[in-house]
Each structure stands twice: as structure tokens, then as C-alpha cells.
Ligand binder design. Structure first.
Ligand code: NAD
Ligand code: TDX
Length: 362
């Protein structure tokens, strides 16, 4: 039985990945989820599996070397899938230091503890041990509106403190592979959407605000382009890279689904209109009148677009969920999980929202 150590498994992508892995492998695998439960970590995401015998949760900070070392000492870990990170660009612009701490130092601790546990006296590694570092397309910087794609060979050019910290963490992983022949892969994925996404991110924020008749804040001219991928397709890609990919390689993961932010907004509003019953009072609220242009994000990258050619050619992965279908599934999930949204948007989130958006002039 393979044992996985998943970091950041209580967050958006990590929790979707854990659900995907149990759906795929059932009781053939064991998962240990290590998460510090920051504002973005939510154990409600994992409620349906928390009683499983082959699942356990450990609350720990990835920067806490002793805690991580102890997990490796007590368990024979075969796979590390490293999601834990500070992940929101706007927060990184306001408070960069925590991004450096978690994303850079935390990754260094994870690498070091895995190396310590897996390395043999002759400098080789115990058999079939693998570390996968989950990263982002934002490390490549910004593309022109009219062309170009991010390839694995595209030079790094991060612009935000978030993407700079992720780029640094990628470089650390590369250095471990080059210097110590450490058995790892890096994946760089485009924007994800789907269930359990914290509503500070664009898509869940728009869904949540529209249903309450609140303004829909569009940064700048609304024409920035992101390449959206349904989160389950990302989870599948991560598993395929770890099991079928070549060690020491980087794989780009993307949806071939480029859309301007303003297009996304219209698609969400149209889908809500289709899905809400005529007598549902929210139907009258979720209209275009809510669209509000606000001050642009500082250093706002214009366009991201992944070329997923390598992962398709070598591993046979392709995105499966069309955006129209994925956004319906996502909205349906938020309809069915109002309590989750209420909990996520109470307390500290209210304070964050006021600070972040009241300062942005229309
Ligand atoms: P998220 O913010 O939803 O979740 C991050 C998780 O990490 C949370 O559960 C949080 O509690 C945990 N965490 C944060 N700091 C920690 C620490 N010091 N120690 C232990 N746990 C800690 O993020 P996400 O959107 O699920 O992203 C997961 C990973 O995927 C990140 O590495 C991110 O850079 C990468 N990524 C995200 C996207 C996207 O669109 N969301 C796209 C590509 C790559
Ligand atoms: O209120 C908003 N209004 C708005 O116009 C918010 C929150 C965002 N936006 C814009 C900014 C971006 O162009 O929407 C786009 C998407 O924004 P985010 O959801 O914040 O995502 P992004 O900045 O693109 O980064 C995401 O994708 C890559 C994740 O947060 C990262 O963790 C991931 O690495």
C-alpha cells in the first residue's frame, strides 16, 4: 500500500485531490494530510472522508522542521504531493513576507525532510520514492494579448510577490534534483476553478456576490486573460505525472480555455439565469447591473496561457471538462453547499473583504 503525504490538503486543490485519489484508488492507498489550517484551510472540505481508516490529518506548519521530520520518522512515506502555500495574489501584494516564509522556507523544509528520510548512505534513494511540487503558470510572467504560450522551457519572469515566491520554490526543487538527484517533479498549472474554492478568488467571489445582489468587482478593463481548468482535471494530471511521468521533469498543465475576466463574468451570470428557478428571488438579483469596474490590481499580469503539449504527448493527459460543463457543476456545488459558503465568508473574511475592496475606488 502506497503512503502519500499531502501538504495543504485542507485547501481548495489539495482537498479536491484527496477526494479524487480516494475515488480512484479506494483502500489501496493511505493519505496523511498535513495542513496548518490558515484562513484558507478548511476541514469541512474533507468531512465525507474524515472517518476513513486509511486517512489521517495532522495539523502542522510546513516551516516547522521538527514536526515534519517526525511525520517522516513515524511513517514510511512513498509520495509527497506538496500543495501547501499562500496562494492569493492580492494578499501577496498587501503582505509579501508570509508568502516568502511559507512558499520558500516551507518548501525547503519539505525537501530537506524528504531527502533525509529517503536518502541512502551511498547518496542514492530508497526505491520508488517521489516528491511532486505543485506550482503555477504565474512563474512565467505575462504573455502578450495577441499570441504566445507558456512552455516548460519559457524563462521564469514572475511579477507578483506570490509568483516570485512560487518561482523561488520551483528553483529550490530544481536545485535538489540537480545537486542531489532528488526524485522529484514540478507541475505548473493554470487557474483552477471548482468546488471548495475559497471565495476570495474570482470565480467563487462572483458566484457568491451575484447570488446576494452584491457588486461584481472587475479589475482594470476586465480584459485580462486566464486559462481556466476544472480542478478535478488538475488532480488527475498530478496523479498521472507522478505515476507515468519521467522523474526530474517539469510538466505544464492547462485547460486550453482562455477567457477574459469579463467573459467569465457574463458566462456565470448567464448560467445562473439558466439554473435559477423563475420564482427564486436570487434570479432578479444576479444581473449585469452588478458589474462594477474597480481600480486595477498592481502589476496585473495581462494574459496566461499554457501549452500542455508535453504532458499530452508523454503521458496522455488532456483536460476533460469543458468550461460550460465545469462552471455548471461548480455553481451547482455552491447551490448545494450554502452552509460551507456562509462559514467561509463569515468572521475574518468580512474584514478582509472590507479592507480589500473598500479601498478600491470605482
Ligand atoms: P489554498 O490557498 O486554497 O490552500 C492552501 C492550503 O495550504 C490551505 O489549506 C492552508 O491552510 C495550507 N497552508 C498554508 N500555509 C501553510 C503552512 N505554512 N503549513 C501548512 N499548511 C499551510 O490554495 P490552492 O488554490 O488550493 O493552491 C494549492 C497549490 O496549488 C498552491 O501551491 C498553489 O500555488 C498551486 N496552484 C494553484 C492554482 C489555483 O488556481 N488555485 C493554480 C496553479 C497552482
Ligand atoms: O475581485 C476580483 N476581480 C477581478 O477582476 C478578483 C478576486 C480577481 N479579478 C481578476 C484578477 C485576475 O485577472 O480575475 C482574475 C483571476 O483572479 P484570481 O482568482 O485572484 O486568480 P489569479 O490572480 O489569476 O491567480 C490564480 O491562478 C493561479 C490563483 O489564485 C493562484 O494561486 C494560481 O497560481
Amino acid at each position: 500500500m502506497r503512503t502519500y503525504l499531502v501538504t495543504g490538503g485542507a485547501g481548495f486543490i489539495g482537498s479536491n485531490y484527496i477526494h479524487y485519489m480516494f475515488r480512484k484508488y479506494g483502500d489501496e492507498i493511505k493519505i496523511i494530510n498535513v495542513d496548518a489550517l490558515t484562513y484558507a484551510g478548511n476541514l469541512e472540505n474533507l468531512k465525507s472522508i474524515e472517518g476513513k481508516q486509511n486517512y489521517s490529518f495532522i495539523k502542522a506548519d510546513i516551516c516547522d522542521k521538527e514536526a515534519i521530520r517526525e511525520i517522516f520518522a513515524k511513517n514510511d512515506i512513498d509520495r509527497v504531493v506538496h500543495f501547501a502555500a499562500e496562494s492569493h495574489v492580492d494578499r501577496s501584494i498587501k503582505n509579501p513576507e508570509v508568502f516568502v516564509r511559507t512558499n520558500v522556507l516551507g518548501t525547503a523544509v519539505m525537501l530537506n525532510c524528504a531527502k533525509e528520510a529517503w536518502e541512502l548512505p551511498d547518496g542514492t534513494y530508497k526505491e520508488d520514492k517521489k516528491f511532486l511540487h505543485v506550482s503555477t503558470d504565474e512563474v512565467y510572467g505575462s504573455l502578450e494579448e495577441d499570441g504566445g504560450y507558456f512552455y516548460e522551457t519559457t524563462p521564469y519572469a514572475p511579477h507578483s510577490p506570490y509568483s516570485a515566491s512560487k518561482a523561488s520554490s520551483d528553483m529550490l526543487v530544481r536545485s535538489y534534483m540537480d545537486t542531489y538527484h532528488f526524485p522529484a517533479n514540478i507541475t505548473n498549472c493554470s487557474n483552477n476553478y471548482g468546488p471548495y474554492q475559497f471565495p476570495e478568488k474570482f470565480i467563487p467571489l462572483v458566484i457568491n456576490n451575484a447570488l446576494q445582489g452584491k457588486k461584481l468587482p472587475v479589475y482594470g478593463d476586465g480584459k485580462n486573460v486566464r486559462d481556466w481548468l476544472y480542478v478535478e482535471d488538475h488532480a488527475k494530471a498530478i496523479d498521472m505525472v507522478q505515476e507515468k511521468g519521467r522523474l526530474f521533469e517539469t510538466y505544464n498543465i492547462g485547460g486550453h480555455n482562455e477567457k477574459q475576466n469579463i467573459e467569465i463574468l457574463h458566462i456565470i451570470l448567464d448560467t445562473l439565469q439558466e439554473m435559477l428557478a423563475d420564482d427564486d428571488p436570487r434570479k432578479k438579483l444576479a444581473t449585469e447591473e452588478l458589474i462594477t469596474y474597480v481600480e486595477d490590481r498592481k502589476g496585473h499580469d495581462r494574459r496566461y496561457a499554457i501549452a500542455p503539449d508535453k504532458i499530452k504527448a508523454e503521458i496522455g493527459w488532456e483536460p476533460e471538462t469543458m468550461f460550460k460543463e465545469g462552471i455548471r457543476r461548480t455553481i451547482k456545488w455552491y447551490f448545494e453547499n450554502e452552509e460551507w459558503m456562509k462559514n467561509a465568508t463569515s468572521g475574518d473574511y468580512q474584514k478582509y473583504y472590507a479592507e480589500m475592496y473598500n479601498a478600491k475606488s470605482e
